[in-house]
Design a protein. Structure first.
Length: 115
């Protein structure tokens, strides 16, 4: 960064966050079991698995309060659609939106029946 800025009057320093770090979501949970089961039903041949991303998620705030929560992108998207995510040109196809609603509804139904 210093090389890019190339200005001795600009001072760069690291700042440590004072925020509490959220615990990881459990790899195995009743919710993950429902997500996995429904994934195979709604998207035949697809497999759900927990992963870690480098970006922030709102689920971290829930996990700080002992709520099992996962980041989930329920809408089938092309690579081009994914690249537009959070840009001024963000959009998803209507069919993807409908499939995502079907997927999320099925997860809620499966999880509530399991409870």
């Amino acid at each position: 960064m210093r090389t890019l800025i190339n200005d001795p009057q600009v001072k760069l320093e690291m700042q440590v966050s004072d925020e509490e770090t959220a615990p990881s979501a459990p790899v195995e949970s009743e919710l993950m079991t429902s997500i996995s089961r429904v994934t195979g039903q709604v998207f035949p041949g697809a497999v759900a698995f927990p992963g870690m991303d480098t970006f922030a998620t709102d689920s971290a705030r829930l996990r700080l309060r002992s709520v099992v929560a996962y980041g989930l992108l329920p809408f089938p998207l092309s690579t081009e659609d994914e690249w537009r995510m959070h840009s001024e040109d963000e959009r998803i196809p209507v069919a993807s939106f409908q499939k995502g609603i079907e997927f999320l509804s099925a997860i809620v139904n499966d999880f509530s029946v399991a409870k």
